[in-house]
Design a protein around this ligand. Structure first.
Ligand code: PLP
Length: 425
């Protein structure tokens, strides 16, 4: 961590008497110049691919480099022992961010790894139902199909509201009552648009009906407040590399006390998740470590802990004000361009700005933005079969700013898209 506090100005809450920032304007509570100075990548690119992977801040990079040096100097096991307290902060910092206890957090190699561990802890039987949404993440949808192939589970998709603003919670609750699903699964913010799904509303119904509830918060953690108590989920997965700005190859699983007490354990539990207490018996550990593996990429875990501490110091509320506001400014610019169709729906979209460009092809369009020094990402129909069919698009470009981006960058990116939409084929 930086010793000085230069990048962190004031409390995350508005100062008494200070006006609320206007959408898209600088948040007076964040020193953006200092935050950018703390982010080496800001010098080289306009990074609007935070939904892919955020730019790491210096303290995150330093934590990882320091540990690699320590491993080289002391040996891997000895370095891990020397940094045990900092490693434990992975669990403690995420618990603070998500409003839970460290014992309810498990490290995973990715969000998908965490998700598949969670699914493997459910004893699916033929005829069980998985109730999910049409906007759940592609790999989750494939995992459900794979469960259908192997275990004969039924997959039910709750309908969306007619205006495309995400899942209709009343209809989903009615399906909960009819099907009594073995699992309810919802993605908070999908990968393919800025839609924010009402995961806490869904959670209230799951709690009322005592249904197992798994939330994919991969795109929301680090950009929007995520409180597992408020959501009422049993399991929640995310990565550290996107809006948390941690390293690649990382993720985590939140496991509620309900799930731990009920005895859920991953199918392939190992010597970290369980004790081999007799030749014919093992006993799972009491905490979410049950879902971890014995081997850790320590430098990565320490980088994640540094990233989560950094996010806490910047302030989740300040981030949640600024980041979607920057995206709203960008969306506003793009919506006004001829030939450009913005695709995000819902009353308060997140910082994933998606749009289609009439008459253009995906790869050359993105390559042209790359050539302008602007990082972006493409989504294709196969990432979002339901959503893209509804929107009648085969691909879209995704631009995802974060709090350390500037209004000038937003305007420059919009100008570049305007130029390319008018001139590049
Ligand atoms: C909504 C959502 N869920 C899950 C994932 C998968 O994350 P990971 O690549 O860490 O497995 C992504 C990645 O883009 C995502 O956007």
């Amino acid at each position: 961590m930086k010793d000085d506090n230069s990048a962190f100005v004031g409390s995350p809450e508005p100062l008494p008497g200070s006006p609320e920032p206007l959408p898209g304007s600088a948040d007076p509570l964040l020193d953006i110049a200092a935050l950018r100075a703390d982010t080496p990548g800001c010098e080289t690119v306009i990074h609007f691919n935070n939904a892919g992977c955020g730019l790491t801040a210096r303290p995150v990079l330093q934590a990882m480099l320091d540990h690699l040096h320590l491993e080289a100097a002391l040996g891997g096991y000895e370095a891990a022992a020397a940094r045990a307290a900092e490693t434990a902060d992975f669990h403690a910092s995420l618990a603070e961010l998500l409003n839970t206890r460290p014992a309810n957090i498990a490290f995973a190699a990715s969000a998908t790894h965490a998700y598949s561990k969670a699914l493997s802890s459910i004893d699916f039987r033929p005829g069980d139902t998985v109730l999910t949404t049409r906007n759940d993440f592609v790999s989750n949808q494939i995992a459900f199909l794979s469960l259908r192939k192997r275990h004969g589970v039924k997959i039910v998709h709750a309908p969306d509201h007619a205006d495309g603003s995400g899942v209709d919670v009343d209809a989903m609750a009615a399906l909960m009552r009819t099907h009594r699903p073995r699992l309810v699964a919802a993605t908070h913010v999908p990968t393919n648009s800025g839609l924010v799904q009402p995961v806490a509303e869904i959670g209230r119904h799951c709690r009322e009906l005592d249904l197992l509830y798994l939330v994919d918060a991969c795109q929301s953690v680090g950009q929007l407040p995520v409180d597992v108590q408020e959501i009422g989920c049993d399991l929640l997965t995310a990565t550290c590399r996107k809006f948390l700005r941690g390293p690649r190859g990382s993720g985590f699983l939140y496991v509620s006390d309900r799930v731990l007490t009920a005895g859920h354990e991953p199918l392939h539990i190992d010597m970290h998740g369980a004790r081999w207490v007799a030749p014919g018996h093992y006993r799972p550990v009491d905490t979410a470590a049950r879902f971890e593996e014995w081997e850790f990429p320590y430098a990565t875990v320490l980088g994640c802990a540094a990233a989560v501490r950094y996010a806490l110091r910047v302030g989740p509320q300040a981030v949640a004000r600024r980041t979607p506001a920057l995206a709203a400014r960008l969306r506003g610019h793009l919506a006004a361009l001829p030939g450009v169709r913005t695709l995000d729906r819902g009353p308060a979209p997140a910082a994933l700005v998606t749009f289609a460009v009439e008459g253009r092809q995906a790869d050359p369009f993105k390559a042209a933005l790359d050539a302008c020094g602007i990082n972006s990402a493409l989504s294709y129909r196969e990432f979002a079969q339901y959503d893209f069919a509804d929107k009648e698009v085969e691909w879209c470009l995704r631009l995802s700013p974060h709090y350390y981006n500037t209004e000038d960058e937003v305007d420059a990116v919009a100008a570049a898209v305007a130029e390319l939409a008018g001139s590049t084929r």
